[in-house]
Design a protein around this ligand. Sequence first.
Ligand code: FAD
Length: 370
Amino acid sequence: MNTPQHIGMAGAGLSCAVIARELAEAGHRVTVFDTRAHVAGNCHTERDAKSGVLLHVYGPHIFHTDDEEVWTLVNRYMPFKPYVNRVKATTGGRVYSLPINLLTINQFFGKTFSPSEARAFIESRADRSITEPQSFEEQALRFIGRELYEAFFKGYTLKQWDVDPKRLPASILKRLPVRFNYDDNYFFHRFQGMPEDGYTTMVQRMLDHPNISVHLGEALAATDAKRFDHVYWSGPLDGYFGFDEGRLPYRTLDFERFEGEGDVQGCAVMNYTDASVPYTRITEHKHFAPWESNAHSVCYREFSRACRPGDIPYYPVHLTEGDLLLQRYQARANAERGVTFVGRLGTYRYMDMDVTIRAALDVARAALRG
Ligand SMILES: Cc1cc2nc3c(=O)[nH]c(=O)nc-3n(C[C@H](O)[C@H](O)[C@H](O)COP(=O)(O)OP(=O)(O)OC[C@H]3O[C@@H](n4cnc5c(N)ncnc54)[C@H](O)[C@@H]3O)c2cc1C
């Protein structure tokens, strides 16, 4: 891209915002469209008018990464405050610490195990008759045994995916989902935090460049691509092709808002892992910004269900049966000239924010080199 070009972007989420900024700084003109009335895509945050609480409108977003360049980049637009994600779970009428750690094991089994005792105990519970786990369920049973699997994984997974865990791939559980110490930090990454004034302000600043114009409440159609020298498409991959081969399966989320005074649940995220409770978790948003103080509180009960036309697609559904439909769309996307498919919807994969930003940087730099 030696001569200045006019670039179109479908989406003002992290993917397109990062690419737009890189290309704009290199002298290209970028026009960004988003169907929504705000930038930042699914990590959008906004102040609740009534309580002043910073709401994570499309579900809680905690930033964590090992990628120092990505960490430096996000902090360039918005200082990040220290934040450690500590999740709790309610099951069988009791509250436990997540991810499963020594405290969880000792409370759940009524023991006072040391780390090595707990390790030996969990190994004795694990189903070693499963030598080559094919499914998520087999993998979990082989790692942690039936009691912990049923209490913390089975019901939650069923609610989240509405799929028998036997049909989900073993690859979802790559490593032993248990810690034999009292570390309850959900993430292993070196850098973790929350943007002081929310993700949306951060993305607004990324897009604040003389070479970038942003059109909110406006879709970019696949047929509009010809108006630009190149288009980056962070919308749904199947949507670009008018869903003509069928719809890629997604899960969507419903958030049921409720309010309270003071501290409603005492933590940001409480998972409900029993199948008998219809929601997967309750998030109390003020706890995502512990440096702020609000008298009122806003909570979301989160329900997961199959995504229908018109719903917001959240999580791609990958089943053990394979992704033949996805492969057909991917082949067509690869053959498409003048369009690059990016981001969580354009590439149909779950990506954390740091992975999204890294992928976007790589795409932009490859374009600038080529
Ligand atoms: C429930 C949930 C919780 C998450 N929590 C975390 C977390 O804690 N930590 C973490 O690191 N990551 C988390 N993520 C992942 C994070 O949301 C993604 O990494 C990030 O949003 C991906 O950005 P994106 O730009 O690829 O996609 P999106 O954020 O989806 O942005 C795409 C945008 O494109 C717009 N669009 C689509 N089609 C068109 C069109 N034709 N024309 C114009 N606009 C269009 C959409 O309206 C949308 O705003 C979570 C994701 C979900 C679903």
